[in-house]
Design a protein around this ligand. Structure first.
Ligand code: ATP
Ligand code: MG
Length: 565
């Protein structure tokens, strides 16, 4: 049997199989979840009480101007308690009221996260790149009572606020003042740091994250205090492999669930330091400098970022403390893993999960990495590949990636898509929650991603995952990145089409010849039926704000006026 989580005591380790090579999914994992749980009280305050490290902050924030903030768990507690008094005092927010937070990576973002826990208010983080329309939609659908943002977005917010009847309080994170807004810093300075954390039930709503919107409009995904607060122990302990001596830098945008995963809960379950470099824009050089100059032990970023980093001359940098690199959100190309390893000596460990879940599967330290597979099921879930009716398929057969939810729904699965019972119900078939992703499990329990259900291409009787073709393409020097989708064809129904971004050296080459070269290359490195019959060169690919390729956009353009079969 699998041991229960020790979710709140410093130094306690969940005992794990020593050898991940032999590791298999834990069936029906169902630990004892306490009736009441609050991550601020039961985890952060416990770390603060036990704090011994003189120079190991809980939060270490820097920016391009060499400004720096370092908070111990105790200081994090102090500031967040003052903010909790602001939320429940001046803002008169009650437990379960919703707080909409739109800030870039500034330390206040973390304070709001913790203050919401302390007051039992439900946090809705939004990405800083939202437009007025997005903000209006989010405020109206969420009925948030309070919004917290900075001076850049405040005017945008004001332009829609009159249409949001639930909105009562606006907090401005800025040294300047603005009419109709309360100043965050002033209120914080004047607030008392005496605050007693409210009692929250483990299953009370804690946060609502919007999905990335890769396939359609983002969905409001509700998590409870335990689902992320305890559930993300799996990510922190197993996948990120953190201890209180580690410094983790995760680059995700503050609007995505990945920031809750790897910039809040997972590292702090382990007492590790959350490192943040606030860059206005992703800059490969700054990333590489930061990895060289700060004692970062663990680095987690998106595949799109690794694809950019490996195009730099990595031999110029020395990452003296870096030990563990991770990638999640999209498939990582084996070719990029290879280049990163050649330059740094480090593997890239992959994680697969969703806003709706904690880590579903991943590669873990000590486990053999099979490039192209995102690893084995996480200890949190019984993961199976199932058919449309929810029947478990034999190993090796492609189907829907599902998580078993009967007889017990895992506590670390989302509660619901907020106010959308129909959509929530649609995710469940038989004994399984369906992820909407397709793949297969091999004899050794490794999962191989085929693609999102909508992205899989059916051509002349073959099922082709875009990722296999993209991986083949990127092995060619001409290809910086690519997106593969289906395109209509009078004979075959649909064929493989690749949108390719060229590396700088190849941009001026004869394009017809390049098309042929790339087609021949794909036929050589993978099964020939997958080769892209159509190739279009583009300057960039459509992506979500979190950097994921939006194949749906490219596909819709191909199929405009036709029905996708
Ligand atoms: P939406 O649901 O709004 O279309 P989204 O699914 O991209 O957006 P997220 O919850 O941020 O929103 O992302 C989860 C999805 O990302 C997974 O369902 C899967 O398709 C993809 N994904 C995440 N990690 C990996 C990975 N390592 N390999 C392949 N795909 C991944
Ligand atoms: Mg999704």
């Amino acid at each position: 049997t699998f041991p229960t989580f020790k979710y709140h005591i410093r130094g306690h380790r969940v005992s794990i199989p020593q050898n991940f090579t032999d590791y298999e999914s834990i069936k029906q994992y169902n630990p004892q979840i306490p009736e009441n749980f609050n991550f601020a009280k039961d985890v952060l305050d416990v770390w603060a009480e036990q704090e011994k490290r003189a120079d190991g902050p809980a939060l270490w924030w820097v920016n391009d101007r060499k400004e720096e903030v370092r908070w111990s768990f105790d200081e994090l507690g102090f500031h967040s308690r003052r903010l909790a008094n602001v939320l429940s005092g001046v803002c008169s927010l009650n437990q379960q009221d919703r707080v909409f937070l739109v800030l870039p990576k500034v330390p206040e973002w973390w304070l709001v996260n913790v203050a919401c826990l302390r007051t039992g208010t439900v946090l809705l983080p939004g990405t800083y790149q939202l437009t007025a329309r997005d903000i209006l939609h989010r405020l109206q659908t969420s009925r948030a009572r309070c919004v917290i943002t900075d001076e850049s977005l405040a005017p945008v917010l004001d332009s829609v606020a009159s249409q949001c009847s639930s909105l009562q309080h606006k907090l401005l994170v800025s040294p300047t003042k603005r009419d109709g807004w309360m100043n965050f810093g002033d209120l914080l300075r004047n607030a008392s740091s005496d605050h007693e954390c409210v009692n929250t039930r483990s299953d009370d709503p804690m946060t609502i994250f919007f999905t990335s919107g890769t396939t359609g409009s983002p969905k409001m995904t509700q998590h409870s205090h335990s689902s992320y607060g305890i559930g993300l122990t799996v990510n922190g302990r197993y996948w990120l492999d953190l201890t209180e001596r580690d410094v983790l830098w995760n680059t995700s945008d503050t609007g995505w669930a990945k920031s809750a995963w790897s910039s809040v809960f997972a590292p702090w379950t382990q007492g590790a330091c959350v490192f943040i470099h606030h860059m206005p824009r992703f800059n490969s050089h700054t990333v590489l400098e930061t990895l060289s100059n700060y004692p970062i032990t663990t680095f987690c970023t998106a595949p799109t970022a690794y694809r950019m980093l490996v195009q730099e001359d990595l031999s110029k940098y020395h990452f003296n403390t870096l030990q563990h690199c991770l990638s999640a959100g999209e498939p990582i190309n084996p070719d990029v893993m290879r280049k990163w390893k050649d330059a740094t000596g480090l593997d890239i460990y992959e994680g697969y999960g969703q806003t709706e879940t904690v880590l579903i599967a991943g590669t873990f330290k000590g486990m053999k990495i099979n490039a192209g597979s995102f690893g084995k099921a996480s200890p949190a879930y019984d993961v199976q590949v199932v058919d449309e009716a929810g029947n478990v398929l034999p190993r090796g057969v492609e189907g829907n990636i599902g998580i078993r939810v009967k007889p017990h729904k895992p506590f670390c699965l989302f509660t619901e898509y907020t106010d959308d019972l129909v959509r929530t119900a649609e995710c469940y078939v038989g004994d399984f929650y369906l992820t909407g992703d397709r793949g297969r499990m091999d004899q050794d329990g490794y999962l191989w991603f085929e693609g999102r259900a909508d992205d899989v291409i059916l051509s002349a009787g073959y099922r082709i995952g875009p990722f296999e073709v993209e991986n083949a393409l990127i092995e060619h020097q001409a290809v910086a990145e690519s997106a593969v989708v289906s395109s209509p064809d009078p004979i075959r129904g649909e064929v493989v089409k690749a949108f390719v971004v060229l590396t700088p050296e190849y941009k001026s080459q004869d394009q017809d010849q390049l098309v042929k070269k790339l087609q021949t290359h794909v036929k050589e490195v993978t099964a020939p039926y997958k080769y892209p019959r159509k190739i279009e060169f583009v300057e960039q690919l459509p992506k979500t704000i979190s950097g994921k390729i939006r194949r749906v956009e490219l596909r819709n353009k191909e199929w405009v006026g036709r029905t996708i079969i």
